[in-house]
Design a protein around this ligand. Structure first.
Ligand SMILES: [Zn+2]
Length: 463
């Protein structure tokens, strides 16, 4: 039985989809004003595993992720570079997709952009005004939280009985319930970024787009909404207020939130200059899969401390799994072992029990490593056959449809490298150790690692 910790209600709940075998899911996407940092990608990796596991369980998943391509930060960035907002956000949208690819994150069904849904946003705001949930003031439109009875149901924030004037003074707030802007009037700082609509000349507030896009692409009620814990308040609280006020019904059944990532024990922040992008880590020589491994290896509801030591450990763990896969692929000796089928079923079962328990990745990984140890031991004594190895390989691949860690394509290398490997083998056979070591080092520089194994000399690419 699949269970999630639902932020709405703060308890573990059995997952039941609205429609059988189908899941509709909304995830808040990035603001495309800069390269995303690894904290953002922790959330995206978690959402990817959630998506992949639902598919593994047999659900057909429809996932929508918005792209915030208009806000204070994108406008400012475009102005600094003296290019149009579209050109500016295009660059970081492209970068975002490249980073997703680096981390082996699956593409979701659709990525609607905020700027392509201004008209629908205006319609929703008009409806909120009509229904008495929103009011106009100084060219802006605000959502009146005192009118929405359930305000605070997600985050637990209390609404203070303050007057409207003091509530609308600030728009950027973190720990205090406040009326929030649905529509912002144009100001000089916005330059050429504005839309002329029934609400006047201006642009939408940030929260507006998610309610509108979710409604448009998924309908009035959908299964899962997710994001980082920093979005619980005010963003998700405000999404609930807008959507439920306009539709008179619940927005989403399950709310899942990923905890913060901290860097060497400290919060990532601009002032501490400790913000790392995926690209920064790649430059240090780590692969996208290693970063993915580290980002997913802690339970999503615990803080993840991202350190260099953690990256090295992730690289080593991933290397062990990848080596195991390599060994399975080329294993061609030993006798048939009738226990193997049962062992494969058991590891799948253990994996599922852990994943069903609110996506307990650490438990799922330890099931895999136990399996790996047992099978390696059997292979050491030739107690599995080629056919067994095949079955084990297929089990690993099936589990990896969820984890997304392995490189499973047949590895291809250039003729030049193949030639080098052959020449090294020749040198070794003729006991020319100096030459053999020299070629080994040369290959390592080119990203090929040679290993002497029980099954002879093997090569692999550096992960
Ligand atoms: Zn959102």
């Amino acid at each position: 039985m699949l269970k999630f910790f639902n932020t709405l209600g703060r308890k573990n709940e059995e997952f039941r989809s609205i429609e059988p075998n189908k899941v509709q899911m909304y995830t808040c996407g990035p603001t495309v004003y800069d390269y995303g940092h690894i904290g953002n990608f922790r959330t995206f990796v978690f959402q990817d595993i959630l998506r992949r596991y639902l598919k593994y369980k047999g659900y057909e998943v429809t996932q929508i992720m918005n792209l915030t391509d208009v806000d204070d930060k994108t406008i400012k960035g475009a102005q600094l570079e003296e290019i149009s907002l579209i050109k500016y956000t295009e660059k970081y949208t492209k970068a975002f997709f490249e980073d997703l690819n680096t981390l082996n994150i699956e593409q979701v069904e659709q990525y609607p952009k905020a700027t392509e849904h201004i008209e629908e946003m205006v319609k929703m705001i008009m409806k909120l005004i009509e229904k008495g949930y929103a009011y106009q003031s100084g060219g802006a439109v605000y959502f009146d939280i005192s009118k929405f009875r359930n305000y605070g149901k997600l985050s637990g924030i209390k609404t203070k009985d303050t007057n409207r004037k003091s509530r609308i003074k600030k728009d950027e707030y973190k720990d205090e319930a406040s009326d929030f802007a649905l529509w912002k009037p144009w100001s000089e700082e916005d330059g050429d970024v504005f839309w002329t609509t029934e609400l006047g000349k201006g642009r939408p507030g940030w929260h507006t787009e998610c309610s509108v896009i979710a409604n448009l692409y998924l309908g009035k009620l959908f299964d899962i909404h997710s994001g980082g814990v920093d979005l619980i308040f005010p963003h998700h609280e405000n999404e609930i207020a807008q959507s439920e006020a306009v539709n008179d019904r619940k927005l989403a059944n399950y709310w899942l939130h990923a905890e913060h990532l901290i860097l060497d024990g400290e919060k990532m922040s601009k002032s501490l200059k400790n913000i790392y992008t995926v690209r920064d880590i790649i430059k240090k020589g780590y692969s996208g899969r290693t970063i993915r491994y580290l980002l997913s290896s802690a339970h999503y509801r615990t803080q993840l401390n991202f350190t260099d030591a953690g990256l090295k450990q992730a690289e080593a763990s991933l290397g062990r799994i990848q080596d195991f896969i390599g060994r399975l692929k080329s294993f061609d000796k030993g006798k048939d072992n009738p226990e193997v089928t049962k062992m494969c079923q058991q590891v799948e079962k253990r994996f599922e029990v852990e994943m069903d328990n609110d996506l307990n990745i650490p438990g799922a990984l330890s099931a895999i490593f136990d399996f790996l140890r047992e099978i390696n031991r059997l292979m050491d004594t030739s107690s599995v056959s080629k056919l067994n190895a095949n079955e084990i390989y297929n089990t690993m691949i099936r589990l990896d449809t969820v984890l997304g860690l392995l490189k499973t394509d047949e590895e291809k290398i250039s003729e030049e490298l193949k030639d080098l490997i052959d020449r090294r083998e020749e040198a070794r056979r003729s006991k020319d150790w100096k030459k053999s070591d020299q070629i080994r080092d040369e290959l390592l520089e080119k990203g090929i690692i040679l290993e002497d194994t029980l099954e002879g000399v093997k090569w692999k690419k550096k992960i």
